[in-house]
Design a protein around this ligand. Structure first.
Ligand code: AMP
Length: 304
């Protein structure tokens, strides 16, 4: 079994009440890839960077077992750059800068040894690019999970709807679910979004956890209450990586197993927010992960 991860591999600059970073390594594809690597995935990455992107960062992905053959290097261009500033509540942020650079004309290449992948994680990117990846696979994967954001709803809704119609699981946050459906109630919003194509929908609610929907069934997962959140950047991507990483590892795409996968996503995201950028996610041990899974078990255990 194999897994393809698609998403930005980027430079980020972050400001939070805890401090400020210069350009550091980020990008949705980076967080997703690192998170899946802890589930033995050897993810096959599809992305693009510029000539300014450090080789050591690609080596870091390789050291996590990633196949980076599908990361194009455009020597004469610049890497995607994003900068954001978090408010005091750490739940909301302003985007300060989005320089698309190499992403502007990104034409994804799928290396031959990526074909036949049975799991596909489409990280947040232009919906046209996400669809191109699906179209360039000779065989439809067993499971396609897609992340997106309000930015695409604002500027490319028609394209976004065409791509959403092709996937099995859509991962969005509460604000995006409301925008996409025009419904305030998340239960109603979920019904409308699932009617657009995906059989499963995950609605992330930041520090309040996540909801998984399938037909009339709902599963609710908490986020781990943490004393300090340094930098939420990449939490959503890490969540998606943990989610698909668990499904890929077990090979089971039932609703029951997706409940565990949502917890695994929440476990992985709880690490990312503890330090800036990928500083925590890069250096996890299996023991760290197991201990945190146990915390989630204790957090939600009760007798009726
Ligand atoms: P998240 O905090 O989960 O929303 O993801 C943050 C990551 O997404 C950052 O590392 C950014 O580099 C990346 N990102 C932000 N905006 C975009 C965009 N328009 N396209 C692709 N990646 C983006």
């Amino acid at each position: 079994m194999s897994l393809i991860t698609v998403g930005s591999v980027a430079f980020d600059a972050i400001e939070s009440p805890y401090g400020k970073t210069d350009k550091i390594i980020g990008g949705a594809g980076t967080y997703i890839t690192l998170a899946t690597s802890y589930f033995g995935a050897n993810p096959k990455v599809v992305s693009v960077v510029g000539g300014d992107f450090p080789n050591v960062a690609l080596e870091m992905l390789k050291n996590h077992g990633a196949d980076v053959e599908g990361i194009q290097i455009k020597a004469d261009e610049k890497t995607f750059f994003w900068s954001g500033k978090y408010h005091n509540d750490m739940n909301s942020r302003d985007t300060l800068v989005t320089e698309l650079n190499v992403l502007e004309k990104f034409d994804p290449i799928i290396p031959r040894n990526y074909q036949d992948a049975d799991f596909l994680m489409l990280g947040n990117l232009a919906p046209t690019v996400q669809r191109t990846v699906i179209e360039r696979l000779s065989q439809r994967p067993k499971l396609i999970v897609m992340d997106t954001m309000n930015f695409w709803m604002d500027i490319m809704l028609d394209e976004l709807l065409k791509t959403i119609a092709l996937v099995d699981v859509l991962v969005i946050n509460d604000e995006e679910a409301r925008q996409l459906s025009g419904e305030y109630s998340l239960v109603r919003a979920a019904k409308k979004v699932m009617a657009m194509g995906p059989k499963f929908l995950i609605i992330k609610k930041g520090e309040h956890g996540a909801l998984l929907f399938h037909k009339d069934q709902i599963f609710s997962a908490p986020a781990l209450p943490l004393e300090e959140v340094f930098d939420p950047t990449g939490a959503g991507d890490t969540f998606a990586g943990g989610f698909i990483g668990h499904l890929h590892k077990t090979g089971d795409i039932s609703f029951e197993n997706m409940k565990t996968a949502v917890i695994m996503g929440s476990v992985m995201a709880s690490f990312t927010v503890e330090k800036f950028g990928t500083d925590r996610l890069q250096y996890l041990s299996q023991e760290d992960i197991d201990n945190r899974v146990e915390k989630f078990v204790q957090l939600t255990k009760f007798s009726s």
